[in-house]
Design a binder for this molecule. Structure first.
Ligand code: SF4
Ligand code: SF4
Length: 410
């Protein structure tokens, strides 16, 4: 596996700065012509997890998409912007996300296409570890080249989302939620991510991370934008993630998806990467607010059954909802992969609102991603907090406080 990673400083999202940074990243890896040929259909697989404006740092910034798309287009290739967010994979749902994320404007301005093929293909991958058959977006199946245009963010389940996790968006719409139900532990889920990467194979020519403004705290949708000032690029998504983790002051080996990458042969045991370009020490954000990966039952099976619910609660982070504010839209209820959410009327007999059963909840945090009103917050158990401090990573105090104002419905 190629472990070279281009790292380029970029001070802001001004188009001319981003154009220069992206061109430099390509040049460090041999130039854009190394990855794209005239006449090819190149899909920019962006991160459009939810309907959010670019300033929220939830989605890949449009200026990065524009910079990459223009270079690809200059070689005579067709540029298609695509993703499947945390919603139904339909034109009605995606068109709103294209618009809010700035993709519609970028496409119109530059003559790029927004994906309008909402078809699904069946992937059959005999070398898979866990996912020998799964559904994948047709637009990716039919692409000549995929450029994985990810966003550097914390993630309440996996700890980090960057290049490896971004390809989970190859799974159509709410089928992703089903996959969380099927692949529940971090190790198995991580293996599924590498199955997706393995299936798409060399078609994924390059991974480019928008790490200019990253997300810290309870990502991937409820965190806070944090300036890092970098573009990261590599043909190896796991190497791209190693550099992303280091920029966040995270030990890459603390991340299950990196460890799975080592087991699957994408990285060596030391996670060594060959960084080209900027000095990483100039870009590391020492007080980045990270979150630890969250195994859904880390210790519960090691204690007597009667103690398990309490241990489970104390040792994990869990979703909580402010029931006073809950709009009762049922989005979380309809899509929870293990039916851990019920809609229960308030004490005063008002409209049914979301209530969580933590004995069933697998901590996938899909409800956090899916709530259109961002009312699902994350709260840490007391033991989790202590372990977290011991590991030198931090819980986002501001967000934790706001989640304390939420009503946990245990
Ligand atoms: S309640 Fe939320 S975090 Fe728990 S399993 Fe359901 S969707 Fe996942
Ligand atoms: S998605 Fe949000 S608003 Fe809708 S029922 Fe769930 S918590 Fe309430």
């Amino acid at each position: 596996m190629d472990n070279r990673v281009a790292l380029v400083k970029c001070a802001n999202y001004e188009q001319s700065n981003v154009d220069d940074a992206v061109r430099s990243a390509f040049d460090l890896l041999g130039g854009v012509q190394n990855f794209v040929k005239k006449g090819q259909t190149v899909v920019l697989k962006v991160n459009l997890v939810s309907r959010a404006t670019p300033d929220k740092a939830t989605t890949t910034h449009p200026s990065v998409v524009e910079a990459v798309g223009k270079l690809v287009q200059s070689l005579g290739a067709r540029v298609v912007i695509a993703d499947s967010g945390g919603c139904a994979y339909t034109e009605a749902a995606m068109s709103g996300i294209y618009k809010s994320s700035g993709m519609t404007d970028v496409a119109i301005r530059n003559g790029f296409e927004l994906n309008s093929d909402y078809g699904v293909a069946l992937a059959e991958y005999q070398d898979a570890s866990v996912g020998k058959k799964f559904e994948v977006l047709s637009v990716l199946e039919n692409a000549d080249v995929i450029i994985n245009l990810c966003k550097l963010k914390t993630h309440s389940f996996t700890g980090l989302t960057n290049a490896v996790k971004n390809m989970f968006g190859a799974i159509p719409g709410l089928t992703k939620v089903e996959m969380h139900g099927k692949y529940r532990t971090l190790a198995v889920f991580g293996n599924f991510l590498y199955d997706i990467l393995g299936y798409l194979g060399d078609k994924i020519a390059l991974n480019i991370s928008d790490a200019i403004m990253a997300m810290e705290g309870p990502g991937p949708t409820s965190g806070t934008p944090r300036f890092v000032g970098a573009i990261i690029a590599s043909t190896n998504p796991a190497a791209c993630d190693v550099v992303g983790a280091r920029l966040m002051s995270l030990d890459p080996r603390a991340l299950p998806n990196i460890n799975t990458g080592i087991e699957r042969g994408w990285l060596d045991n030391d996670c060594s990467v060959d960084i080209l370009g900027a000095n990483i020490n100039d870009l590391i954000v020492k007080d980045f607010v990270t979150v630890m990966p969250n195994e859904f039952k880390p210790f519960s099976d090691k204690v007597p059954r009667w103690l398990q619910p309490a241990v489970h609660r104390m040792t994990t982070r869990r979703p909580v909802v402010n029931r006073r504010k809950c709009k009762g839209c049922k989005k979380c209820f309809e899509h929870c992969p293990v039916k851990a959410i019920t809609m229960v009327p308030t004490k005063k007999g008002g409209m049914p609102k979301a209530k969580f059963d933590y004995s069933k909840c697998i901590r996938c945090f899909c409800c956090q991603e899916l709530c259109p009103f961002q009312l699902v917050k994350v709260r840490s158990g007391i033991v989790y907090k202590i372990l977290h401090r011991k590991d030198g990573t931090k819980v986002n105090k501001q967000k934790e406080t706001s989640s304390k104002n939420s009503v946990s419905n245990e």
